[in-house]
Design a protein around this ligand. Structure first.
Ligand code: SAM
Length: 198
């Protein structure tokens, strides 16, 4: 069943502005792997807006897979590939090679192992000049960027002690072979972290 994510409807325009700058759109084709596609709101919007982009959506949850498929069926644009199941923690699930990986709002709503799996998998499937674009709320050296992010972190940990707003220092320490080349402030106290091969 097709669904839309209210947060993704809000952040898709500022994210698209960044994708236009960060993706290699001057090439005839730009291959993007999306991790944790959720409803498919981002996948649909970015494929519609970026004519050279070939977008591979993925997720683990059956509801997400069904919603992304509904967005794809509505479009019938071959540049939006059929959604595939990919659990970032399972190294065997990773496939292909890409100019970019896009992942929004996943690593804080999953155990720390998901952040580690994402960084490990990205290193495996990114092309030499590829980039991992990681969007969401973050802490920086222990500090929250806003009081609302601290409250959000507490509520996440209340729902599941393994969840939580991740610290960029911990992500850097966990990332082998990738480093942050750009840190972009986004609306609503979120950030877009651009990772490139170290
Ligand atoms: C809050 S939603 C974000 C969805 C979408 N990226 C967005 O911004 O609207 C988090 C998504 O992460 C997915 N997810 C959780 N654990 C995962 C894992 N281990 N591997 C891949 N996806 C995962 C969930 O199924 C869910 O669709």
């Amino acid at each position: 069943m097709k669904r839309e994510a209210p947060a993704a409807l809000r952040n898709r325009a500022p994210l698209l502005e960044q994708l236009r700058r960060l993706l290699p759109l001057d090439r005839p084709r730009c291959d993007v792997l999306e991790i944790a596609s959720g409803t498919g709101t981002h996948a649909a919007h970015f494929v519609d807006a970026l004519p050279t982009v070939h977008w591979q959506p993925t997720d683990v949850s059956p509801e997400a897979l069904s919603s992304v498929e509904a967005h794809r069926a509505e479009r019938e644009d071959a540049r939006l590939a059929p959604v595939r199941r990919l659990d970032v923690c399972q190294s065997d699930d990773w496939f292909g090679d890409y100019d970019a990986i896009f992942c929004a709002n996943m690593i804080h709503i999953a155990p720390w192992a998901a952040a580690e799996g994402l960084l490990r998998g990205a290193r495996e499937v990114l092309r030499p000049d590829g980039r991992l674009l990681l969007y969401g709320p973050f802490r920086f050296s222990g500090a929250y960027t806003a009081e609302s992010n601290a409250a959000f972190d507490a509520s996440l940990r209340g729902r599941d002690p393994a969840w939580g707003v991740r610290d960029v220092d911990d992500l850097k320490a966990a990332a082998e072979g990738l480093s942050i080349s750009e840190t972009i402030e986004m609306p609503a106290n979120n950030h877009l972290l651009v990772w490139s091969r170290a």
